[in-house]
Design a protein around this ligand. Structure first.
Ligand code: ADP
Ligand code: MG
Length: 323
């Protein structure tokens, strides 16, 4: 049982993830010393998960370790950055070694897989909260920014949409997804950051966002920042079997269009790169679906099979929206 904060850090956080040559000094001093490769830009992002807001109290610690890093890697992917380093600020109500060990297992599994090293952090006592900051490298002018979409560009998404939202709905409303509940729960608890896809498409896509708050909300950010609109083909939205079943039963498109937590990527690609993009897509192990097109104007129009506009379901999650 560690008797001090320093023993805790030494035991669990001093050697976590990959061992990288560009870490000149890692955990243990006042700062980490890190070497950015010559000619690269540093991409930095932080996300906080708070118990009761972002996850249910008592959620599996290993999943939480995975997810707290995964959501950050998803931001690096959405910028087209190659992951390198991570810092972790952990606020714990008590020293529960079983919990910490499981958390570190989930965190380290993903960190090792993506060659990321934990290089520093902070450990404090208080209500459970996890802040993770990631650092990655991007070539100048290759970053997948939100403000570069142009009328005529194509809109793609990775994977399938609505799975995490349906998992949440299942937990909250008693909807029964039959034998698909394990798959859905996995999609909510263990999102797979689309780092490899983003790296492969970096020279082809000009913009991207990760779908954390729902497709309409997140794609809406690209539209706003780029001062453009989008026309979406609802029938082209990629769906898993349980979400297809749910839609057949309820007609509720808000799950794939507006529910968050999938951490798939929405990518913007100039139309003249379509063939090139689809050739690269063949080599990836995640499906890429063409779902719409950027157009002049603003906002998102969603069309059904017959080309009629469908009512846009609802907006993404906003922590500060007034009820
Ligand atoms: P300081 O008092 O200078 O802020 P700390 O006592 O907070 O230093 O941390 C000591 C060392 O341990 C630092 O290098 C810090 O980055 C690292 N550290 C503390 N907590 C964590 C953590 N949860 N994960 C990774 N490194 C940590
Ligand atoms: Mg500190």
């Amino acid at each position: 049982m560690p008797t001090s904060e320093f023993q805790l850090i030494d035991l669990y956080f001093s050697r976590l993830g990959a061992v990288r040559a560009d870490v000149l000094l890692g955990v243990g001093d006042d700062c980490a010393l890190l070497q950015v490769p010559v000619g690269k830009q540093l991409a930095v992002s932080i996300d906080t998960l708070v118990e009761g807001t972002h996850f249910f109290p008592g959620v599996d610690a290993e999943s939480l370790g995975h997810k707290s890093l995964a959501v950050n890697l998803s931001d690096l992917a959405a910028m087209g950055a190659e992951p390198a380093w991570v810092t972790l600020a952990l606020t714990l109500p008590r020293v529960d070694e079983v919990w910490i060990e499981a958390f570190c297992r989930g965190f380290a599994g993903l960190a090792t897989r993506y060659q990321i090293q934990l290089v520093g952090g902070d450990t404090t006592r208080g209500p459970l909260s996890i802040s993770v900051q990631v650092h990655g490298f991007v070539d100048p002018d290759k970053a997948l920014r939100r403000d570069r979409a142009k009328a005529g560009d194509l809109v793609y998404v990775t994977g399938t949409l609505g799975d995490a939202g349906l998992a949440l709905l299942t937990a909250q409303s008693g909807y029964n997804p039959g034998n698909q509940s394990v798959f859905l729960q996995q999609r909510l608890d263990r999102p797979e950051p689309r780092v490899a896809v983003a790296q492969a498409l970096c020279g082809l896509a000009t913009g991207a966002i990760d779908i954390s708050d729902g497709l309409l909300s997140d794609l809406g950010h690209i539209c706003d920042k780029s001062r453009v609109g989008t026309v979406l083909q609802q029938a082209a939205i990629p769906l898993s079997d349980p979400v297809t079943d749910y839609l057949r039963a309820t007609g509720d498109w808000s799950i794939p269009l507006a529910a968050g937590d999938d951490y798939e990527l929405c990518l913007i690609v100039p139309a003249d790169r379509r063939q090139q993009l689809e050739a690269v897509a063949q080599t990836l192990d995640v499906p890429l679906s063409l779902i719409g097109e950027i157009e002049a104007g603003n906002g998102i129009r969603c069309l059904d099979d017959a080309g009629h506009p469908v009512a846009v379901a609802r907006e993404g999650y906003d922590h500060f929206r007034k009820p």
